[in-house]
Design a binder for this molecule. Structure first.
Ligand code: FMN
Length: 418
């Protein structure tokens, strides 16, 4: 079937059904929502949702949301969606839907838990990321069909692909995607760019470097883990003469074991900073789109809504956007808090690094006394020096970046609270 109008007889024009490949139109400024119960059964929505889906209200209300399911959206996406919202957390996802007349439409959906079910707020995706997502979804949906991959395994494959595309995890992908969609939408609507987006990009880039530096420290530890052992071997070879070296290597070993323990907390704290930045930004974007939807819905001319009460939906949207605004502000405060926590583990790391330095200097003094083992000791002390330099340089970088994160997060908070 094609979307052309067949004029078989000049007086008889037959409107052919739209081609399945055709897009169900909706404008960039239009926002739509639907609300479901806990099982995904549609309870309410707005006019754009009903119009774009091409169903009548009585065909939508009380029906499972999969009524608009398009087979091109991988099952992995819905598995992730349900897995997240059932845990009471919000999620953002690109979804390709199918209208009753076979036409399709892409949305970026923000689904949040709401009293008795879930709320999905959707905007038209227009950022360059959509082209990437289309390609990824096509490949994944084809693999799901051909290989019969179970949804959890397909979701793992999607996360792996996102990793290859530079997104550490799904939350960092969805928050970057929401940011890009809001920016593209603002631009298409001729609005001033939202300063928050640029702030977030800077914050996120800094947090990524911070994570990289913490990984450098972790791998420096891994590659120099045998240094205290090598010292002990040398001390044993030197016999009684090596007693002082044995003590030094013992000190070194104890300090580096402690550092190893701190390191686990340190890396986790760095990941926390990264996580809270993504969460804070996603919540901020969610709150903004919910607020816009609330205004859009208030101005929408309703044409029969299958008995749903506009006042009740309006009140619900209002409460939801207020709740998410509060969550967003909390999220921004959380960034500062995790950055402060991270700073505390940096202080601890610095203290231990200074301890290692003292031990190394003692080793150097001892080295001067052992003329016959000097070469071997020099080599070991040289290793220690490289190791300590790597750590000191990474800690210094981290300190600067962490301060930068704290001040930007505080700036965002002041801007958002205004
Ligand atoms: C609030 C909410 C909104 C949803 N919106 C859509 C949607 O727009 N399109 C869709 O296919 N599924 C949507 N779903 C997911 C469906 O419930 C369902 O999981 C999905 O269509 C996959 O169906 P299937 O597992 O039967 O293939 C939504 C779920 C919730 C809770």
């Amino acid at each position: 079937m094609t979307a052309i109008s067949l004029a078989l007889d000049p007086g008889l024009a037959i409107e052919a059904a739209p081609a399945p490949s055709a897009e169900a139109p909706f404008e960039v400024h239009e926002l739509f929502f639907s609300r479901t119960d806990a099982a995904g059964i549609i309870q309410a929505g707005n006019d754009v949702f009903q119009r774009v889906s091409a169903y009548e209200w009585d065909e939508l209300i009380g029906k499972p949301h999969k009524i608009v399911r398009h087979p091109d959206t991988p099952r992995a996406v819905f598995w992730l969606l349900w897995d997240t919202i059932r845990q009471g957390r919000p999620i953002g996802a690109y979804v390709k839907n199918r209208a009753k007349d076979g036409r399709h439409y892409w949305v970026f959906a923000i689904v949040t838990p709401v009293d008795g079910g879930y709320l999905s707020v959707r905007l038209k995706p227009t950022s360059p990321l959509l082209a990437v997502v289309k390609q990824e979804y096509a490949a994944l949906a084809a693999a799901e069909r051909a290989e019969g991959i179970a949804p959890p395994a397909a979701a793992a494959a999607l996360l792996l692909r996102l990793g290859e595309l530079g997104f550490a995890d799904y939350p960092s992908f969805m928050s970057a995607a929401l940011g890009q969609e809001i920016a593209a939408r603002d631009k298409a609507l001729g609005r001033q760019p939202d300063a928050t987006g640029a702030m977030f990009e800077a914050l996120s880039a800094t947090a990524q470097s911070l994570l990289r530096q913490s990984e450098i420290i972790a791998s420096a530890f891994a590659s120099y883990a045998n240094v205290p052992f090598n010292f002990r071997v040398l001390a044993a070879q030197l016999g009684r003469e090596g007693a002082a070296i044995s003590i030094i290597s013992g000190n070194y070993g104890a300090l580096s074991a402690e550092m190893q323990r701190v390191l686990a907390r340190f890396v986790a704290a760095a990941q926390d900073v990264f996580r809270t930045i993504n969460d804070g930004f996603f919540l901020l974007g969610t709150a903004r789109m919910q607020r816009e939807l609330r205004c859009f819905f208030a101005e929408e001319e309703s044409e029969g809504d299958a008995g749903q009460s506009r006042e009740r939906e309006m009140a619900l949207l209002d409460a939801q956007q207020r709740a998410y605004r509060a969550k967003a502000l909390d999220g921004l405060r959380e960034i500062s808090r995790t950055a402060v926590d991270f700073e505390a583990t940096c202080v601890e790391m610095n203290r231990l690094a200074a301890g290692l330095e003292v031990t190394r200097v003692m080793g150097k003094v001892e080295c001067a006394r052992h003329t016959h083992a000097r070469d071997r000791m020099d080599e070991l002390l040289g290793d220690l020096e490289t190791f300590q330099r790597t750590i000191a340089a990474a800690l210094k970088e981290i300190d600067t970046m962490n301060r930068d994160i704290q001040s930007r997060a505080d700036g965002l908070l002041i801007g958002a609270a205004a």
